[in-house]
Write a protein that binds this ligand. Structure first.
Ligand SMILES: Cc1ncc(COP(=O)(O)O)c(C=O)c1O
Length: 417
């Protein structure tokens, strides 16, 4: 038992390092706590609340039973990198080498962090498209880089993700002598935009002109709807050599807590990422990598990928319908499992709108505490100078069981109509 005299002194003079000083709790932690406190249906944080496919769970049990329990190769467990090379070669239309084209990471999030550590020198600039996955700016600044923000701009009353677009002149102006990297996210969280070939070709032209690298976060690659084509920027002419593409088993097989992700890149970039990754986790969970390898082998015969996008498309349609019926103007996503919705037409009481915080935060707080359905305020996905662009928006996710979506629908209908 610890005695009093062994307690450490009060940390009066302690200040965290500058690289983390300005971070607060994430918006997800804040709104999940609020949802729990008020018994709200949580359509905030984007994780599936339904079981993972039986074949991946069985493969994990099997891998542990077979004592695949020790450290493995830092760049990725041999069976997983082989499976990844097999799956992705036709998608990139090139032969992929399991040993030099992949780095398996602790979720795509670690791949983002390791990439920034590997590519950025202090003062290097990284172009981030808003709204962004919030680990991008954190990873850029922790590596000593400087984020430069360019927002996606929706047309007024946008009802489709295609109506959110990059202004190419604005994007062109963001490049400087110091630009090292552009981060792309397609299918996009939270807008659900799947960048089309023409848009990607325009981005490719700019990065080639400025000799800039691309980190293409494609973790929602298997969740694409209405027959839309998911184009990989690395497959466009001249782009393979300058692109790192990210994937995630968490998203692909509904196992977000496993934290298995990967970077796919030409050997010179993969090697740089590995140099950082070997000093971050060294390697990630061996039996779970084995299970993901097995899952990729079995998925085609199970018809898994078609089932996954059909299942999510039906949930998307269900949520969109309810949001429309209850006074929101949702943007229908072409991919991912998020919907951003315009809240301008809701009858939000004046007392719920606190001038000291952004309107979207106040509205999402009201939705969570008074309506009983938690949503995330998208201003968390914008730089301070652009937070106002999110003031009329709320982000919902539909990666939830139908009964949870129905309960959310009931509450929205009861309280808003
Ligand atoms: C765009 C995007 N990238 C990456 C991630 C994280 O992936 P992982 O869970 O594999 O770290 C998320 C999770 O929400 C995401 O939305």
């Amino acid at each position: 038992m610890a005695s009093r005299q062994h307690r450490s002194p009060a940390p009066t003079s302690f200040t965290p390092a500058r690289r983390v000083q300005h971070f607060g709790p994430t918006v997800f932690a804040e709104f999940t706590a609020l949802a729990n406190q008020h018994g709200a249906v949580n359509l905030g944080q984007g994780f599936p609340d339904f079981p993972a496919p039986a074949f991946i769970k069985e493969a994990a049990r099997e891998a542990i039973a077979q004592d695949r329990n020790q450290y493995t190769r830092s760049a990725g467990h041999p069976s997983l990198v082989q499976a990844l090379a097999h799956v992705y070669a036709p998608l990139f239309r090139r032969l992929l080498d399991p040993l030099t084209n992949f780095v398996v990471t602790a979720g795509a999030t670690e791949a983002i962090f390791a990439t920034m550590q590997a590519l950025l020198d202090p003062g290097d600039q990284v172009i981030l498209i808003e709204p962004f996955y919030d680990s991008y700016p954190a990873s850029v600044t922790m590596a000593g880089g400087e984020p430069i923000y360019v927002p996606l701009r929706p047309q007024d009353g946008a009802a489709q993700a295609t109506e959110w677009a990059l202004d190419l002149d604005e994007l062109a102006q963001a490049f400087t002598e110091r630009t090292r990297l552009l981060v792309l996210n397609t299918p996009h969280n939270p807008v659900g935009k799947v960048f089309n070939r023409e848009e990607l070709t325009a981005i490719a032209r700019l990065v080639q002109e400025h000799d800039v690298l691309v980190l293409s976060d494609e973790v929602y690659e298997w969740m694409v709807y209405d027959g839309v084509e998911h184009v990989r920027i690395a497959s466009l002419p001249g782009m393979w050599e300058r692109t790192i593409t990210l994937g995630s088993a968490g998203k692909t097989f509904s196992v977000t807590g496993w934290k298995i992700g990967w970077a796919i890149a030409p050997p010179h970039l993969a090697k740089a990422i590995l140099m950082a990754h070997q000093w971050i986790p060294f390697c990630v969970a061996t039996p779970l990598q084995e299970a993901v390898a097995q899952a990729f082998e079995q998925a085609p015969e199970e018809g898994y990928f078609d089932w996954l996008s059909a299942m999510y498309q039906a949930k998307r349609d269900r949520l969109i319908r309810v949001l429309e019926e209850t006074g929101f103007v949702p943007t229908a996503p072409q991919g991912s499992y998020f919907v951003v919705a315009d809240t301008r037409q809701l009858d939000v009481p004046e007392t719920a709108l606190d001038a000291s915080e952004p309107r979207d935060v106040a509205v999402c707080r009201w939705l969570t505490t008074e309506v009983g359905v938690a949503a995330i305020p998208p201003s968390a996905f914008y730089s301070p100078e652009h937070k106002h662009l999110a003031q009329h928006l709320a982000r919902f996710c539909f990666c939830k069981t139908d009964s949870v979506l129905d309960e959310a629908a009931q509450r929205l209908t009861d309280k808003l109509l």
